[in-house]
Write a protein that binds this ligand. Sequence first.
Ligand code: ACO
Length: 324
Amino acid sequence: KMNAAITAVGGYVPQTILDNATLEKMVDTSDEWIITRTGIKERRILEPGKATSDMAAFAIQNLLENSGVDPEEIEVLILATSTPDTILSPTAPLACVKAGLKNAWGFDLNAACSGFLYALSVAASLVESGRHKKVLLVGADKMSAIVNYEDRNTCVLFGDGAGAVLLEPAQDGTGVLDTVYKSDGSGIQFLSVPAGGSAEGTGQQTLDEKRHYVQQDGRTVFKNAINGMTTASNELLQKLSLTTETIDWVVPHQANLRIIDSVGQNLGIPKQKIKVNIERYGNTTAATLPLCLWDFHNDFKPGDKILLTAFGAGFTWGSTCVVW
Ligand code: ACO
């Protein structure tokens, strides 16, 4: 069987660091509260004038440098993001221009924090079908564009960043194995940016009420995230006839360290196998999974089984298994 293997990784995080001490001066919070409740110490913020397309292009350029792949060989770019540069047009074509992908067609895929996970399946299908040989997948989000830095319930959680992976055909058993994905649109009431889209549009009232920013019921999202990632992962392991002992690494969405710890405990997977970089980057939405793959790829050996799992707005969630 033809699989789609991850053959290269890249990443980009902005230089500017927003640490907990600085947030203490912006809202009524404390370094101690943020660390014990979320595990986050600092996050990155993109400089003014730059957008998601710039971070995506930087991550792509990093991947191309790491791998020596010619940008003109890339056939497709799928950009998972909830923070496109503009509502119309899509951001992927612009990221292609900025990264010099002269021969690629591209499109955006929005599934919030599950965006990279969902898009991994779409990208893999393009390779498995034999239709394309070099497909780039980027998860990138400029969360600082949609976070209210006067709201302590959300502003401590998010950061900006981008990660990229290259998918190519493989017949040696490596690559994307199988997936269990779910969505439940009734979750919109617990986590969304209500205004600025076709439902509410933009008006003085929506601006005054700050409905262009992320709004969430943190506790409900927290519980659903633990439950969703646990059940999807168990269902996937069963589908693949795998046990947790045969999983070498877990790469979970980085939203809250307590969520990650609970999912690990529920699955019975020891902490040493679970990749975590939330303390440095916070929740970068569609970028958390590829940023983890980029950060930790030197730990992965050929043949290692990696369980990827995510949960996000929608609600959207799921798990997939990749052989490195
Ligand atoms: N600093 C200090 N106090 C705070 C802060 C803060 N930054 N934020 C909230 N609090 C207060 C609350 O107001 C509350 O006070 P109250 O009891 O007087 O009302 C108290 O702390 C406890 O609030 P809880 O909501 O119970 O705190 P909890 O332990 O649940 O942590 C958190 C809150 C961190 C938001 C948690 O619920 C969480 O991480 N939820 C998931 C959020 C998430 O992952 N969202 C993104 C999903 S992914 C996507 O698609 C974008």
